[in-house]
Design a protein around this ligand. Sequence first.
Ligand SMILES: CC(C)(COP(=O)(O)OP(=O)(O)OC[C@H]1O[C@@H](n2cnc3c(N)ncnc32)[C@H](O)[C@@H]1OP(=O)(O)O)[C@@H](O)C(=O)NCCC(=O)NCCS
Length: 152
Amino acid sequence: MKFIIRKATVEDLDTLVEIEEECFTSEAFTKKQLEYCLKSSDFVSLVALVDEKIVGFIIGAVEILGCETAGHVYTLDIKKEYRKKGSGGKLLDAFESILSEKGIRTVYLEVRLDNIPARRLYSKHGYKFIKVLRNYYEPRVDAVMLRKILRT
Ligand SMILES: CC(C)(COP(=O)(O)OP(=O)(O)OC[C@H]1O[C@@H](n2cnc3c(N)ncnc32)[C@H](O)[C@@H]1OP(=O)(O)O)[C@@H](O)C(=O)NCCC(=O)NCCS
């Protein structure tokens, strides 16, 4: 399947909200939060298109984490009928390339401990386990923090 990746804009907001709500329940970003990300230059937001239709997106940011400037993936969402076709991986690759161009060397993310598809995807893309974050999303819903050192 041929995916086109482009920067997301605020015109994409309603579609991104729909996809976010399809992908997540309690931990979904709200419309206001997604709008903030799309409008802020601190965020890197990309969409994947098939036949000019948005089928998924990634949102992340460049942040000061401790004593380093690092990338942080906030969310990666693919519409159900387009999963397992490579678009999640392509969005992640494109996000990492943009960060690399900005001189960023490390990317962090959090993912639900029990989210096997996402954990496999991140592991396949070189993300390594850092620690478990107990009660991260809500009581008794744990996350794992993962990190990737980008190639220079
Ligand atoms: C996780 C998610 C983004 C993966 O997107 P995708 O487009 O299906 O992923 P890809 O097709 O690029 O898959 C890449 C790799 O991920 C892993 N993977 C993806 N879906 C999987 C599944 N259902 N079961 C097991 N492994 C899976 C595989 O290792 C796969 O490689 P392979 O096809 O060579 O086996 C997608 O399932 C999704 O949107 N889920 C809901 C939202 C979410 O959980 N987001 C991540 C948390 S931030």
